[in-house]
Design a protein around this ligand. Structure first.
Ligand code: NAP
Length: 525
């Protein structure tokens, strides 16, 4: 079986034998994908000309209604998405929920807040700026939907949410989308697009999907288009420097990999509730999606005097986790996505072991529950402890995209800040402490290198949304190594899909445009 691409309003199978999609537990082939022979240039042109033009005839409010309908379709097909997640990603129920329910929630969220933009076709930003003494000449900034196409190149770990967190703000903005999911898990994204197309919600050309290799996709992007990429820092560098992207000043947003930290404050002693909550959070981040989350905790920064107790607490919890075939209801940690990712994780762990001691796991011949290690792609949850602190080489640089984390002991707040900064830019850091002065100092020391800082004290306790959990109302993205991109943050996400311009002229002329606008102050509230 070959999954079809949907381009220029038609389903089309790619040519050739294609690439197989595999069950990472059994090693069995599930289906195939191919983008060979697909007219990518024609697909992008159809999206711009047909999809974009139709979407822009509608108002923000009307498009918010489209998102709500899409959310309903996804909710109706949720069971099937869980089935595909199990087969193609080896996802436990909790893993599938993280991706699929996260996708549905994000679509619903944008449907709901999009309604606040009412019937406008562009967004008015800020107040009228007087430019003459007699007020006959003034200026007004506006944001107008881009007239290009939004091209999404996505990572394998979130086939559902990865599509929806980008699609919701783009479609609400009136910009058509073409998604190229990561090959290993393209099936779920393809099925979601198929369900949306079948439901007849969107105008022709508003949504397209190309499965398989990106091939010449980026050769055909041009002025007015947006490329939104999620994946590794290496691929990001290739996309950023692509000739068409550079020559045509194509707007790009990059969400790349990240060595996120979780910080335990010196005031949090072993045996306290906050200490236990911290240990639990580290384990949760290793467990969900088998650690294949861009936001997962990779570095656990702990005051030296608590390092032994924390290592013991985390190891004890890891020892209680069942790792194996997610068809077994007791299993909490499934496989990584395929043999290639397994090899990459094991290689990364070998590098980390050169400068760390292993506190838990790390056995390459480990036996998963109800699965054949020869055919499956499991990585044993592994906790390491750095010997070299701030001067470690691999700990601050190698992202093991699996169930692994490294303890790094710190001695002083200055030393802690220096260690956290070695990540060179991360999506998220969390700080567990009841000492507000400590927390504020750390935030001042590292805030510039992080997209999100989550602070948990005893008053917050287990009510925090979670270190690795991206919520649509808050910013997702991070500077430096994390890619420098920004996504979500409520309506702020619409900025990526709009162009800002300023009209200078008589206030009466500007007032005419006001009638077509929605107030963009919602973007900033
Ligand atoms: P990847 O290998 O970089 O691939 C990402 C996407 O880029 C895939 O769709 C891939 O297609 C495509 N691609 C590869 N080479 C390309 C090229 N030359 N031109 C255009 N597209 C190209 O990443 P991955 O292995 O799928 O995902 C894991 C990584 O993503 C991890 O490092 C993780 O930290 C990161 N991630 C970041 C975020 C975030 O929000 N910051 C979220 C999730 C994941 P093929 O699959 O067909 O090769």
């Amino acid at each position: 079986m070959m999954l079809a691409n949907f381009v220029a309003g038609q389903w089309k199978e790619g040519a050739g034998a294609g690439e197989p999609l595999i069950d990472p537990v059994t090693g069995e082939e599930l289906t195939r994908i191919s983008s060979q022979g697909i007219d990518v240039d024609g697909a992008l042109e159809f999206a711009r000309a047909e999809g974009g033009a139709s979407l822009r005839q509608t108002t923000y409010r009307e498009r918010a209604d489209l998102l709500a309908k899409i959310a309903d379709v996804l909710a109706a097909n949720r069971d099937e998405y869980f089935r595909i997640s199990l087969l193609n990603s080896g996802a436990t129920q909790a893993d599938a929920s993280f991706d699929v329910d996260g996708a549905i929630y994000t679509m619903k969220y944008y449907g709901k807040i999009g309604r606040a933009l009412a019937e406008g076709k562009l967004l008015k930003e800020g107040a009228l700026i007087p430019l003459s003494k007699t007020n006959v000449f003034a200026a007004q900034h506006f944001l107008v939907p881009a007239k290009g196409v939004a091209v999404f190149i996505n990572a394998f770990n979130f086939p559902a949410w990865g599509l929806c967190e980008k699609a919701a703000p783009a479609l609400l903005s009136g910009v058509p989308i073409v998604v190229k999911p990561a090959s290993p898990t393209a099936w779920l994204t393809q099925r979601i697009v198929e369900d949306i197309v079948k439901a007849g919600i969107l105008p022709a050309g508003a949504i397209s999907i190309i499965c398989g290799s990106a091939r010449d996709l980026l050769d055909h992007v041009r002025e007015g288009d947006i490329v939104s990429f999620t994946g590794s820092a290496d691929t990001a560098a290739r996309i950023r420097s692509h000739a068409s992207v550079l020559r045509r000043s194509v707007r790009i947003n990059i969400e790349a990999d990240s060595l996120n930290s979780a910080i335990l404050g010196p005031d949090v002693a072993p045996g306290t509730d906050l200490f236990e909550l911290f240990a639990k959070e580290v384990v949760r981040e290793m467990m969900i999606k088998a650690g294949q989350k861009c936001t997962a905790i990779r570095r656990v920064l702990v005051p030296r005097q608590h390092a032994k107790a924390l290592g013991d607490a985390i190891s004890e919890r890891l020892g209680a986790l069942k790792v194996g075939n997610p068809r077994n209801a007791e299993v909490k940690v499934g496989p990584v996505v395929n043999k290639a990712q397994q090899s990459s994780c094991l290689e990364g762990l070998r590098q980390l072991k050169e400068e760390c001691t292993v506190l838990f796991g790390g056995d390459e011949r480990f036996q998963p529950l109800d699965a054949d290690p020869g055919k499956s792609a499991f990585v044993q949850p592994t906790l390491l402890s750095s010997k070299n602190g701030v001067s470690a080489k691999f700990v601050h640089d190698v992202e093991v995209f699996g169930p692994a984390a490294t303890l790094v002991a710190y001695d002083t707040p200055e030393n802690l800040v220096a260690i956290a900064r070695r990540g060179l830019g991360s999506l998220v850091v969390s700080i567990f402490s009841n000492d507000e002065a400590f927390t504020q100092n750390v935030i001042l020391g590292i805030g510039d290198l992080h997209g999100r800082v989550m602070v948990v004290d005893s008053t917050v306790g287990s009510q925090a949304t979670g270190h690795g959990n991206v919520v649509p109302s808050c910013l997702h993205g991070g500077p430096g190594r994390a890619g420098g991109g920004e996504e979500l943050a409520g309506l702020r996400a619409l900025s990526l899909y709009h162009r800002r311009f300023v009209v200078q002229g008589p206030p009466s002329c500007i007032a005419g445009l006001d009638g077509l606008s929605s107030d963009a102050s919602h973007l900033y509230s």
